[in-house]
Ligand binder design. Structure first.
Ligand SMILES: CCCCCCCCCCCCCC(=O)SCCNC(=O)CCNC(=O)[C@H](O)C(C)(C)COP(=O)(O)OP(=O)(O)OC[C@H]1O[C@@H](n2cnc3c(N)ncnc32)[C@H](O)[C@@H]1OP(=O)(O)O
Length: 229
């Protein structure tokens, strides 16, 4: 580990809940790739743990090995959640985010593409996201739509919190490849109305309407425009 790795304790300045961190962008990129690789393996671990059929004694041995690995990771830890950080170049990173955090193995993770008429994301959900047999858990569908609709509302240039999210589950969403889409319907003052959907091989499975609210001036999180997440 180099001494220039992201080190909030050393260089961070808290700005209203979003943390200024003067780690250079190339160092952030490097560290992000390292943590993303770890998260990918942990994601594999989650899937393997759900689907394993190895005998009990082997499960206990694997658990002991994993306990040792957890202890090694815990030798140097942030004091709390990862939060959102940004540097002077407005490179931002929120590695713990539940939906798109690069270091978060329970995030699918989502890679949102911004286009002229909204956002979309393609992803594949496996066994870790199951609700009804073979189908995506309804809360997971809501989480994914909340995120892509919120990111659409924010357009990477303003803060917008979810005020109201209304879901219509048209039919079961199968585990496997999915597409999320979201677009702004209209804006009224600080309110941004957004529509979103999940599409599987057979068509749309979930539709959502959301009202996202920009907090009144002085009550936002003080974050900058996000150059990247
Ligand atoms: C800059 C960086 C960008 C980064 C982007 C990265 C992507 C991030 C993607 C993240 C995605 C994930 C996103 C997440 O997960 S965000 C996490 C989940 N959401 C929250 O935690 C929000 C909690 N609630 C609040 O903070 C406040 O209640 C908010 C900010 C929502 C409003 O508090 P505020 O004090 O400001 O409100 P106001 O009373 O002055 O009313 C103002 C107007 O708004 C209307 N209203 C109020 N409440 C609601 C409501 N619940 N539904 C519909 N409408 C509502 C109200 O009628 C009024 O309209 P009008 O009467 O003027 O017509």
């Amino acid at each position: 580990m180099t001494s220039r790795r992201p080190s909030p304790e050393a260089s961070a300045v808290n700005v209203g809940g979003v943390v200024r961190d003067d780690t250079p962008t190339d160092e952030v990129d490097r560290r992000e790739a390292v943590l993303e690789s770890l998260a990918g393996t942990v994601r594999e671990l989650i899937d393997a743990a759900i689907r394993t059929t190895v005998e009990d004694a082997e499960v206990h041995r694997i658990r002991a090995d994993l306990d040792a690995l957890v202890a090694r990771l815990r030798t140097a830890q942030l004091p709390g959640p990862a939060g959102i950080r940004y540097n002077a170049e407005l490179r931002s990173w929120n590695w713990g985010n539940a939906v798109m955090g690069a270091a978060n193995a329970i995030a699918p993770p989502l890679r949102v593409v911004h286009g002229p008429s909204g956002c979309h994301a393609d992803l594949v959900l496996g066994a870790a996201y199951e609700g009804p047999p073979g189908l995506v858990h309804g809360g997971v569908s809501a989480m994914l739509l909340d995120h892509i609709m919120g990111e659409t509302a924010s357009a990477m240039r303003r803060t917008a919190f979810t005020g109201t999210l209304t879901m219509r589950y048209r039919r079961g969403t199968p585990l496997g490849p999915l597409r999320l889409e979201a677009g702004i319907v209209r804006e009224e003052g600080r309110k941004i109305f957004v529509a979103g959907s999940i599409t599987a091989a057979g068509g749309v499975t979930v539709e959502a309407d959301g009202v996202f609210v920009q907090p009144a001036a002085g009550t936002g999180d003080g974050s900058p425009q996000q150059a990247s997440t």
